[in-house]
Design a protein around this ligand. Structure first.
Ligand SMILES: Cc1cc2nc3c(=O)[nH]c(=O)nc-3n(C[C@H](O)[C@H](O)[C@H](O)COP(=O)(O)OP(=O)(O)OC[C@H]3O[C@@H](n4cnc5c(N)ncnc54)[C@H](O)[C@@H]3O)c2cc1C
Length: 494
């Protein structure tokens, strides 16, 4: 099917970044595509627990927030992008409140949590640990009221389309009735990250990097693919499970929960001055090592205890589902792929290297996060950049697109068994501890896998993305931020 309609803006993905872009682009005619049945149904945004970072406290400032962001990113961030983002954060919280977001309060003031590597309490949260759900609730309600917007559910983009001049002018999309062409004057990738490719992840299955893969296939420049953040504390699976594991938010450690080894002894104080609140990658590697040795556990029995169900209802429910009562017993944990700093390279205007193509949120690599993301900076980034891009697209003339060229690939996703093999090979050799030998082994396994997948298919594009990740990990021979090479001297203690 080919839609005759020409939209001003095509937004691919309906997470926080996509919805913010679509809202802010009014009164432009916007098409918003998502694989799920409704706007807030899929993507990582609704799973976000801890919150949104913003310098709101009297002892805080956007400058301090920026400094913490640069330290977490090991200085590989773009300082101007960081300064712009942290300066925009207080206004963004106010905007969400005008949309109706109900954030947790202490008296009249917003309650501010503290997470690892933040020197101030600056995490705005909702219902304890359900911030993403609250943000998505208000954004989804806001887009319902918009007449400039066409929302198309059950649609997955599998190729970008360009005109004869090389400008991106739309996307080929798999819909309920087959392939469709969606044309637009500007195309925005808001399709999330690729952490869901790993065997253990905190992300839903749709965070598979498919949007980034189609940008790569169209020739867009990617950046920083080696920087994948692993969350130290996901609820350990019962068995040989693959895929999304419940996250045990960092706010638990912020509230005093401690990590124990299999003998019940704390191991973080010996490894880092900040102990359990050390940077995420330091804690994640320590948990990985303890998990190999016999198990790692998060103990909140003393620090949170009876207050657990009220303070962390989402985590409490996930633990109880697994038969673990966190008020009375330590919770078994493993690290899991959580957030991707890398993505489609963008400039200050969210423009990619391809004319007509923009990227926001986790799909983009805007330079904000550097080698490691500071906790709770990503909802902020997606929302702030989405709003800014939408407003920019609304306020300037958009060029007339040329005729779309036919698709260069066909819709053919990776079969589940091959996707599981991909997850395994990334988990084994491209996760928390990497080496040249391990990465070479992963590349060989990936080549074997690729031989089973037809060329010019959407499934093959995911493998090409995985190959680009491995190449980036190989090319960075020294450890920095979230990238840890066991075969090279660590250059940053992170
Ligand atoms: C468990 C968990 C907890 C987190 N907690 C926090 C937190 O407390 N604070 C914080 O700042 N960040 C947190 N994060 C990270 C944060 O949630 C994400 O970085 C952020 O929500 C990404 O938003 P996004 O809009 O870019 O992508 P997403 O919310 O992932 O949305 C992507 C959208 O694109 C769609 N899509 C994907 N591929 C295609 C395609 N090919 N065609 C069409 N549509 C496509 C998806 O279905 C989805 O609708 C957390 C993440 C997880 C998983």
């Amino acid at each position: 099917m080919t839609t005759d309609a020409l939209f001003d803006v095509l937004v691919i993905g309906s997470g926080a970044a996509g919805l913010a872009t679509a809202l802010a682009a009014a009164p432009r005619r916007v098409a918003l595509l998502t694989p799920g049945p409704e706007p807030a149904a899929d993507g990582a945004s609704r799973w976000a627990q801890g919150g949104i970072a913003a310098a709101l406290a009297a002892d805080d400032s956007p400058r301090l927030h920026a400094e913490d962001t640069l330290i977490a990113g090991a200085g590989l961030n773009d300082p101007l992008a960081v300064a712009r983002l942290t300066a925009s954060a207080p206004g963004l919280i106010a905007w969400l409140q005008t949309l109706g977001a109900r954030f947790d309060r202490v008296g009249a003031a917003l309650a501010l949590g503290r997470e690892a590597a933040h020197r101030r309490a600056r995490i705005v949260h909702a219902q304890g640990d359900a911030t993403g759900a609250e943000v998505m609730r208000v954004l989804a309600a806001a887009i319902e009221a918009c007449s400039h917007l066409t929302f198309a559910s059950r649609r997955t983009a599998f190729a970008l389309t360009r005109d004869a001049a090389g400008r991106v002018v739309g996307a080929w999309v798999q819909g309920p009735g087959g392939s469709e062409l969606w044309r637009a004057r500007a195309v925005v990738l808001a399709s999330g990250g690729y952490a869901g490719l790993y065997r253990y992840t905190t992300n839903p299955p749709g965070s598979d990097g498919s949007g980034i893969a189609l940008a790569l296939a169209a020739g867009a420049a990617l950046a920083d693919l080696e920087f994948v953040q692993f969350h130290p504390t996901a609820l350990a699976p019962h068995d040989d499970a693959h895929g999304q594991l419940p996250l045990l938010t960092e706010a638990l450690r912020g509230a005093g929960a401690v990590l124990l080894d299999a003998r019940g002894k704390r191991f973080m104080p010996a490894l880092h001055a900040e102990a359990e609140l050390a940077p995420r990658d330091v804690v994640a590697r320590a948990v990985w090592c303890e998990a190999q040795r016999g198990g790692a556990f998060l103990d909140a029995t003393v620090s949170i205890g009876a207050g657990f169900p009220q303070r962390f209802p989402t985590v409490f429910a996930a633990c109880m589902d697994r038969g673990i009562d966190p008020r009375a017993q330590p919770i078994p944990v493993v690290p899991a792929a959580h957030y991707c700093m890398g993505g489609v390279r963008t400039d200050a205007a969210c423009a990619t290297s391809l004319p007509g193509l923009y990227a926001v949120g986790e799909a983009a690599c805007s330079g904000v996060h550097g080698a490691n993301r500071l906790a709770s900076n990503s909802l902020l980034e997606g929302l702030a950049h989405g709003r800014a891009l939408g407003a920019a697209l609304a306020s300037r003339p958009l060029p007339e697109p040329g005729a779309a060229l036919p698709p260069q690939r066909r819709w053919q996703p990776l079969p589940a068994a091959l996707r599981a093999r991909l997850g395994d090979l990334l988990w084994r050799d491209a996760a928390l501890r990497r080496s040249g030998d391990g990465l070479a082994r992963a590349e060989a396994a990936l080549a074997t896998l690729a031989a089973e997948v037809p060329a010019a298919s959407s499934g093959r594009d995911l493998l090409v993305l995985a190959a680009a990740m491995l190449a980036a990990m190989r090319a960075r021979r020294r450890s920095v931020g979230a990238h840890f090479r066991v075969d090279a001297e660590a250059v940053a203690a992170a």
